[in-house]
Design a protein around this ligand. Structure first.
Ligand SMILES: Nc1ncnc2c1ncn2[C@@H]1O[C@H](COP(=O)(O)OP(=O)(O)OP(=O)(O)O)[C@@H](O)[C@H]1O
Ligand SMILES: [Mg+2]
Length: 328
């Protein structure tokens, strides 16, 4: 008898499921004070004071954020320290746009949502090691799918794309991806990243704008404010976060030492970019010639007489350990 009615039972179960989903959306909308988004046939998307529907349901202190995409401002590069709320924010925007499209209310104060043809995400929670794919390969497969299918009407959400490989490979892939979206695809895109280099794209590409998660730097630590602001982050504070979660003191202290060293070498490299003839000669032995490079960086050429310059050269040459011959 049950077998005879199986079609009816299945059909009824399906509709009960639909009813359950719709009434659940109604309940959370009522309980959370959600608003009705305006879904419009436009390119732009504008959400005022939106919240992540799940995280805000168990975090009473959840900080709302706004987002605005239009034709002049459609790629948002979001930098900010670890734990500052980047992933939460970009997923929140994806979820609010999705909820608006299925006819739900959303947690925000107001919203005008241009219809999208798809929401593409590269978020990186699942790996497929058991299927014989490496972490980076999965990342690239998903990115390939996005580039090949996204249109001007899509929403793309990229969480730290490129981090699965070496820093320079990662930056280059992320960079060229942004160029492709800016030039050809023109999809509305949220891109969270720790590659601060990408923030220079704001000046170079159409449609790119930088945003950062606001943090307050305190004496020994940082305070997360979870506010999205225009602009870019200057540091990652990764070591602060490592300390917060209990990585042993000796590992933290050593990491700080190494960071200081890396940063000073980076500054020297930056200073030396102005002295490109020296660069090739000096860089093979970067570490050994640390002091010499520091001196070079400090030279104020505009206020150096020819005689002083010769003396400095002499001094540098006598101290240099570079393997190349510096017969100037
Ligand atoms: N708007 C917000 N208001 C309050 N708390 C938040 C908010 N956004 C995020 N958080 C809290 O901060 C935690 C970290 O957020 P998230 O994972 O988004 O940071 P992240 O910047 O992506 O960090 P990482 O760079 O390490 O990936 C979340 O688990 C959440 O508890
Ligand atoms: Mg994140």
């Amino acid at each position: 008898m049950v077998v005879e009615s199986s079609n009816r039972i299945e059909e009824t179960a399906r509709w009960v499921g639909v009813l359950d989903a719709i009434q659940s959306l109604a309940v959370v909308a009522l309980e959370g004070g959600w608003i009705k988004p305006e879904v419009i046939p436009d390119y732009s998307i504008e959400i005022e004071e939106g919240k992540h529907p799940v995280v805000s349901s168990f975090n009473r202190e959840f900080v709302p954020n706004s987002v605005k995409f239009d034709r002049d401002n459609f790629i948002h590069i979001i930098t900010g320290p670890n734990m500052s709320g980047k992933s939460t924010f970009i997923r929140q925007v994806g979820l609010l746009v999705l909820l608006s499209h299925v006819g739900s209310f959303i947690p925000a104060t107001s919203a005008r949502i241009g219809v999208v043809d798809a929401i593409y995400t590269r978020i990186g929670s699942a790996d497929y090691l058991s299927k014989g794919l490496s972490t980076f390969m999965v990342e690239m497969l998903e990115v390939a799918n996005i580039i090949n299918n996204a249109t001007e009407r899509s929403l793309i959400i990229l969480d730290e794309v490129g981090r699965g490989t070496s820093t320079y490979d990662g930056i280059s892939i992320a960079w060229s991806l942004c160029e492709k979206v800016s030039r050809d695809i023109k999809a509305k895109t949220l891109f969270s990243t720790h590659y601060h280099e990408l923030t220079t794209l704001e000046e170079e590409l159409d449609g790119v704008k930088n945003y950062t998660m606001y943090v307050l730097e305190e004496k020994e630590s940082i305070r997360f404010m979870y506010r999205v602001l225009e602009g870019k982050a200057d540091k990652s504070y990764g070591i602060h976060v490592a300390k917060l979660v209990g990585i042993p003191e000796d590992v933290i202290l050593r990491a700080q030492e190494i960071l200081v060293k890396f940063e000073s070498e980076k500054d020297i490299k930056k200073g030396l970019d102005d002295y490109s003839i020296f660069e090739e000669m000096i860089f093979p032995d970067l570490k050994e010639n640390y002091d010499i490079m520091k001196k070079l960086e400090e030279i104020d050429i505009a206020n150096t007489t020819p005689l002083q310059a010769l003396n400095i050269l002499n001094e540098l040459k006598s101290g240099i350990k570079c393997k190349k011959n510096l017969d100037i």
